[in-house]
Write a new protein. Structure first.
Length: 223
């Protein structure tokens, strides 16, 4: 069980490829202290002025991580993906250093399984997740789609005709289709939370939550 961590705890990001750099950059934008590590000096120099600290080091070696103080971090992101061996070694090193919360990028299901078994708390598979999301979007029924590990999903879509012009409780969305309209966006206005009395118009977009299969079934309704 991972101990409770401070919401502003500094983050160790290992690997400054596209995924790692995007993660480090966004953390910096969120005012989180970041120590970014890569064995490529050019990448380290590129990011040295964009994050709190950037250091050239080979995180495959436990002593190198100790020298930069990796054991003092509560949160680490292993963003190395090009080499499964390196990813596994780095994750194992962080486990040995007793870093409480480790996020690791995986490039395949087998890679993800290994990372979980050696102690990564969270495993991200960006290519697989992007592929699944794209499959839902290219159908044209959904405008955005996010799926979570327990088969729970959120989707943005145009509302089916039968729920337009009446309150959501009256339309029976939840009782008939096992999905919940959690937000509505009208043109030129920000998203707002939906409740039982919310009325959706022809021009609105809706955010729907539910299981993957229930959302797909709801998205197939006449629009």
């Amino acid at each position: 069980m991972v101990e409770h961590l401070r919401g502003d705890a500094p983050v160790l990001v290992i690997g400054l490829g596209r995924f790692g750099a995007a993660c480090a950059g966004e953390l910096d934008r969120l005012d989180r202290e970041v120590l970014a590590i890569d064995d490529n000096l050019e990448l380290v120099q590129k990011w040295s002025e964009r994050v709190t600290h950037a250091v050239q080091a080979d995180a495959r070696h436990l002593e190198a991580l100790k020298q930069i103080g990796a054991q003092d971090f509560q949160v680490a992101v292993v963003a190395v993906g090009s080499s499964i061996e390196a990813s596994v070694l780095i994750t194992a090193n962080l486990v040995d250093l007793k870093v409480p919360l480790i996020w690791a990028k995986a490039v395949s299901e087998s890679h993800a399984k290994i990372l979980k078994r050696i102690g990564a708390n969270h495993v991200i598979s960006p290519e697989r997740e992007a592929g699944e999301r794209t499959a839902h979007l290219v159908s044209g029924r959904m405008l955005d789609f996010i799926r979570f590990d327990d088969d729970y999903a959120l989707a943005k879509m145009y509302p089916p005709k039968f729920i337009r012009g009446i309150g959501l409780s009256q339309s029976g969305v939840r009782s008939k289709y096992n999905v919940t309209v959690v937000g509505v966006k009208s043109p030129g206005k920000p998203f707002r939370y939906a409740d039982a009395d919310t009325v959706v118009t022809n021009h609105d977009l809706i955010i729907v939550s539910g299981t993957n299969s229930d959302i797909e079934r709801f998205a197939d309704l006449d629009r």
